[in-house]
Design a protein around this ligand. Structure first.
Ligand SMILES: [Fe+2]
Ligand SMILES: [Fe+2]
Length: 162
């Protein structure tokens, strides 16, 4: 099952699952932090496979791609807001819930508008298989890379600091 659409829908479900578990975990618990670390890692992988592999293959749907890129930026902006809201703040949980909400809303819209994309984009079965394979390979590479994990941590620290 490495059709690009299946890969993306499947990974959206991974993100949705982590989002639900994160929201259900007791605020301030070690478990909640572990789920968040996993969520941010998978989320970073997801943005990369879309920005670098899937969206470029849909170049003809340029208006929708521009919207999708803008939504990715909004998600990162909300992540930065949540990271900068101290654990003691009354807004802490709300800002994290908002991050999960914009992430889920984007995944929903993407499945509606871009998976599959509208005409004139016309991907053949072979192209979809090839795209799916490339995305799976990149996901595996990033999941197994210590460097990529450090990169996510560093990026998180950076977003927190500014
Ligand atoms: Fe996306
Ligand atoms: Fe997505």
């Amino acid at each position: 099952m490495s059709n690009a659409y299946d890969v993306l829908r499947g990974h959206h479900d991974v993100l949705r699952g982590l989002g639900s578990r994160f929201k259900a975990a007791p605020v301030g618990s070690a478990g909640r932090q572990e789920i968040l670390d996993e969520l941010l890692h998978e989320f970073t992988i997801h943005m990369r496979i879309e920005d670098d592999i899937y969206y470029p293959a849909l170049a003809e749907a340029s208006r929708l791609i521009a919207i999708a890129h803008a939504e990715h930026r909004q998600i990162y902006d909300q992540l930065a807001v949540a990271l900068r809201t101290p654990a003691g703040s009354p807004h802490h949980v709300d800002e994290w819930n908002c991050f999960i909400t914009v992430l889920e809303a984007h995944a929903d819209e993407e499945e509606r508008d871009l998976v599959p994309p509208p005409a004139p984009v016309d991907l053949t079965d072979a192209e979809l298989e090839n795209l799916g394979q490339r995305m799976l390979a990149e996901m595996a590479r990033q999941r197994n890379s210590k460097w990529e994990r450090l990169h996510v941590k560093a990026r998180t620290a950076l977003l927190k600091a500014f």
